[in-house]
Design a protein around this ligand. Structure first.
Ligand code: ADP
Length: 186
């Protein structure tokens, strides 16, 4: 299966992503994790990306598109993958469509993990990652609303979107995800 996983910061996407890839045997492609690894390794790309990440802003599209283009060519992606944190803009979604059309490997589904705004801020404020200061959190939520939310419409029009209620226990939410994915699994 080829899945795009969309949700605002604090929705619990990382937790559910781990469970999905384990249950369905998928490669986990998290652009946030890739960028943090590049930053910690102090590569040129990582240091450049950090200038945006530390402010809660999105890294420029072309940087991310190149990263994903390279990653999708690795053999572990042949058995299917979960894209976590990508695409995050319409330009990224269009670039992904273009990449996948060229390989004749369309997406199977786009999962949206939906959590109300007040709940997100509450969860994020309790998390304590280095980019989790109140101002950076606010900025990340703004970036989501302005740049990523339009993707819901983009994928909705293509009939790919399935919205998952992100309130409840980890197991309850995962059961909802399984119910959405099982009919597509092969
Ligand atoms: P969050 O915890 O907000 O869900 P991630 O861990 O996915 O965020 O990503 C952390 C940061 O990395 C983002 O705030 C952004 O600066 C950068 N980033 C990750 N993925 C992308 C992307 N697809 N496009 C642009 N920037 C990205």
């Amino acid at each position: 299966m080829r899945i795009v996983f969309i949700g605002p910061p604090g929705a619990g996407k990382g937790t559910q992503a781990e469970k999905i890839v384990a249950a369905y045997g998928l490669a986990h492609l998290s652009t946030g994790d890739m960028l943090r690894a590049a930053r910690d390794a102090r590569t040129e790309l990582g240091l450049k990306a950090d200038q945006y990440m530390s402010r809660g802003q999105l890294v420029p599209d072309q940087v991310i598109i190149d990263l994903i283009h390279e990653r999708l060519q690795r053999p572990d992606c042949r058995g299917g993958y979960l894209l976590d944190g990508f695409p995050r803009t319409i330009a990224q979604a269009e670039a992904l469509d273009h990449l996948l059309a060229g390989r004749n490997t369309p997406l199977d589904v786009v999962l949206e993990l939906q959590v109300p705004g007040e709940e997100l801020f509450r969860r994020l404020a309790g998390r304590g990652r280095a980019d989790d200061t109140p101002e950076v959190i606010r900025q990340r939520l703004v970036a989501y609303n302005q740049q990523t939310e339009p993707l819901l419409d983009y994928y909705g029009r293509r009939g790919l979107l399935q919205t998952i209620d992100g309130l409840g226990t980890v197991d309850e939410i995962f059961a909802r995800i399984r119910a959405a994915l099982n009919p597509l699994a092969r």
